[in-house]
Design a protein around this ligand. Sequence first.
Ligand code: GDP
Ligand code: CA
Length: 337
Amino acid sequence: MRALTVLSGGMGGARFLQGLLHGVREGLLPGVDRDAVVTVVANTADDIWVHGLKVCPDLDTVMYTLGEGIDPERGWGRREETWSVKEELAAYGVEPTWFGLGDRDVATHLVRTQMLEAGYPLSAITTALCRRWLEPTLGEGLRLLPMTDDRVETHVVVADPDEPSGRRAIHFQEYWVRLRASVPAETVVVVGLDQSTPGPGVLEAIGEADLVVLPPSNPVVSVGTILGVPGIRDALRATAAPVVGLSPIVGGTHVRGMAEQMLRSIGVEVSARGVGLHYGARSAAGVLDGWLVDSRDADALPALHEAGLAAAAVPLMMSDPAATAAMAAAAVDLVTR
Ligand code: GDP
Ligand code: CA
């Protein structure tokens, strides 16, 4: 196999990609060439305009992680970051104060915003930014594509007794960063999704892949939004490549993040089985051929098999690139053996 396509969110997706690339380069993935090209279709529904800057958290997390610029403890933003811009804005009393814009990170958003204002689409801007982060180490081996060039924004509806309706829609970043996903999400509304079109190269990357992977990213606000771009779900259903996914839910909850809150908001059982059945088998109107669950969720296998999925249970904790490469190898094996 020479072409792998991964539909990714931010932290879970980026960590998986690190391990996947390690596995490709070390020849650890059965049937995958060491010089295979990995194309990442990244979620852009987390994007937010803040202080006049266009911020794309998932694109940046993937780019910084694979380019070794990420802060490894936080899992987002730049390593060796300083926060003078944020402090100065707060001193002026400028809202929002809850969004973390680091000084080094600001440069990325300035470049992106200026290029947007000059008329470049997000896809071309992302390619330009990746010239710094990915080309020197990964060359042509990795392509990072936004799911769409159109503006799409996830909003979360939460209870608010001060509103006449008793509820309020807030930007996904406000739910996650300011509220820490600590209150229930009633629903998720993805503004602009139905009118969006796939970014350049996205449908081709799915249609011409040798393998498509759904990493352990958030099934609602990362993979769910990518699948919601009109045309992408159909491309996944139609591709000749096998499609395999890895569960972000382990032992009944997310490992980190807020997949649990998001799954509840759309009425999907918070379990490895629930997410696998939610994606569904391609043989039954879904998007997957295979679904990998963690060893401790092995009791989900009979129901997954019954739903028409190839399924297996292996350790799914992305503790380091070697462990993650082993997960990727098991995923490849599941749908190609
Ligand atoms: P975000 O955009 O930063 O939220 O990142 P993603 O959507 O790509 O991934 C978030 C998901 O990764 C969370 O819902 C977690 O359940 C999942 N996750 C994080 N670490 C691990 C891990 O070590 N193993 C597994 N199986 N899932 C993980
Ligand atoms: Ca995200």
